[in-house]
Structure formats: C-alpha cells, structure tokens
Design a protein around this ligand. Structure first.
Ligand code: SF4
Length: 331
C-alpha cells in the first residue's frame, strides 16, 4: 500500500536501520514498482545562466558570490531545441529547462519558454521546467503548453532552510508546489545533502516529501558540489552511506517516484553509483554540464549502462501522467 501518512518517527527508524536490511527493503519495492534494469536519462538545458538575485549558499549562479559562472544572455529557442535533440539522440527521455531566477516574470522570456515547451512536447518526451517560484496563472499556462513536470526543490528541512537561504522562506516553496499540483503538472521535488545539515534534517525533508499529497512523481537527490566562491565551498564531502540511506528511505516511503541521482555523480565511482541504483535510484542526469557544474558526458554514461547491463527507460513509463496523478490525489 502506498502511504502518505508517515510519521517522522517511522521515517527516522527506516533511515537509521542497518544498511543491509535497509537496502534489501528498498530494493524489493524498487522491483515491485519499476523495471530494475531500466534507468531514465534526463538532461538539463540552461535557458538563463547566472546573475540570480537569490542567496542560496550552494549555488554557483547567485550574483552575490564570486564564482566562475559568467551570466549569459538568454538561450535562443533554436539552441535549446538543438540541445534537446542531441540529448534525445543519446537516449534522454526527459528534458528539463532551467533558469536562474527567483521567480518567473511574465513577458518575452516566459513566452519563449512556453513556445519551447510546446515544441519539445511534440517530441514525445517528458518535458520539465525549473524556473523558480511561479503564480497560479503561470502554472496553468505551462500546463496548457503541454508541460509534463515542474521541478522545485525544497533543498533541505524546514528548520535548516534559513541557514542556507535568506531571500525566501520554506512556505514560499510549498506554495509553488501547491500551485504546480493545482495546475495538474507532475511534481519533481527533492533536495541537496551535504550542506552541513544534520541527519534529522535529511529525515525531515523525506518526511515532507513522503507526506505530500499526491507524492512527487520525481525526487532528485543531489550531493553538494562545493563551488569555489560560495559560502559552502569548503564543506567536507558527506560519506556515500548518507546518500544510500537517503535514496533507500525515499524509495521505501515514496515507492512509485522516480528517484533521480542528480548533482555530485561525477565524483562517484561506478561501484558507488551501482549501490545507489541498488538502493532505488532509477534516473540520472547525463550530459557534460548540469546547468553550470561538470557532469558525466553521454559517452561516459553509455559506458556505465553497458557495464551494468542497464537499459534506458522510455518516457511516461510509470503511467503516472497528469490525469493519473490527479485521480490519485487525496485532498
Ligand atoms: S534561486 Fe536557483 S539559481 Fe538562484 S541562487 Fe538559488 S539555486 Fe541558484
């Protein structure tokens, strides 16, 4: 039975359970709800790079920090489509358009996004956007344009959020999630670990996601990449076991979701990535850049798939399209 009434205590018990039983339980649910030999390939396309007004302490794109990211002009629609086509030719079935914004503003840039979403949708792939906070009307317009999913990460626990970001509050994030839900767009929502948070913060984040109604269709789990020039540049790396616990606990409590290995994969060995797949991860981001940070190339990932005997997961495989999500929704 899929549950959305998990208590914090229950999730804490799962997260802290011995590793082998934890992995075993997560793997059983992974096999029940997904094809174990399939991993979805996603690619991010950066529509607006750098110059963001927000102060997220982990981010290379914040204008408040001296990082190597140089703000770029908005990417042209043709370039976005070309990048998407290259990714699709390499097996990607989900394309996510990203923009370094606090929130979407109505106007020319938003119109370009809507028009790009329309064209990408015709390519029969899952189209996602991550553009910051949005109004209900903007969410509805994205839905009308055919948008399949919207990414809006909670990043960490409600308690720790203010340590990482001061320019908005957790409730702002939750409000955008509610607007995405109301528009009938599939929700992609996850977080970043290794930002100095405690284990209880990671557990609290999973609790928020696992009690969200309906569950997110997609849960990206990022390992902090410490960026030179940001306040978190000297953060020591988190042991891989925390990543494994995070993935496994998400798989157990949000079993139908796609669990996406996101930032931080370049530094992970094939063995570590295999453990992540065993724990329930079933998606990766592929392509040399993950918005602005280095990431495994398509060629590297093709090798990885060959080594592991993995197949690339087709789009819409979970069968949880917007209508299904709405039908499952418990108000
Ligand atoms: S809102 Fe997004 S782009 Fe802007 S600083 Fe935060 S994470 Fe970076």
């Amino acid at each position: 039975m899929i549950r959305d009434d998990w208590s914090l205590q229950e999730i804490e018990t799962i997260y802290n359970s011995p590793l082998l039983p934890l992995l075993s339980r997560a793997h059983a649910l992974h096999c029940k709800y997904h094809s174990i030999d399939e991993v979805q390939v996603c690619t991010l396309v950066s529509f607006k790079t750098g110059g963001c007004t927000e102060d997220c302490k982990y981010c290379a794109q914040s204008a408040r920090y001296q990082t190597s990211v140089v703000p770029l002009p908005l990417m042209q629609k043709e370039e976005m489509l070309a990048k998407a086509k290259e990714a699709i030719a390499n097996g990607a079935t989900r394309i996510c358009i990203g923009a370094a914004w606090r929130e979407i503003r109505d106007g020319k840039a938003f119109e370009i996004i809507l028009s790009t979403v329309k064209e990408l949708t015709q390519m029969k792939i899952e189209v996602c956007c991550t553009l910051g906070m949005l109004t209900q009307e903007q969410a509805n317009r994205l839905k009308e344009a055919g948008l399949f999913a919207y990414n809006h990460n909670l990043d960490t626990s409600q308690q720790y959020y203010k340590t990482i970001i001061s320019t908005r509050i957790y409730d702002d994030r939750l409000e955008t999630l509610a607007r995405v839900d109301r528009a009938g767009i599939s929700l992609c929502c996850g977080g970043i670990i290794g930002m100095g948070e405690k284990r209880e913060d990671r557990i609290s984040l999973i609790h928020t996601l696992a009690t969200h109604k309906p569950h997110p269709e997609s849960v990206p789990i990022n390992l902090l990449i410490p960026i030179k020039g940001t306040p978190l540049e000297n953060r020591p790396p988190l042991p891989i076991w925390e990543m494994i616990r995070m993935i496994a606990t998400s798989r157990i409590t949000i079993p139908k979701a796609m669990i996406r290995l996101s930032a931080g994969r370049l530094e992970r060995s094939p063995e570590e990535q295999m453990l992540c797949f065993l724990a329930g991860a079933n998606s990766i981001f592929s392509g040399k850049k993950l918005l602005t940070t280095p990431n495994p190339s398509f060629a590297d990932d093709n090798q990885l798939f060959k080594l592991f005997g993995l197949k690339k997961r087709p789009p819409f495989k979970a069968g949880r399209d917007q209508e299904t999500l709405l039908a499952e929704r418990v108000d």
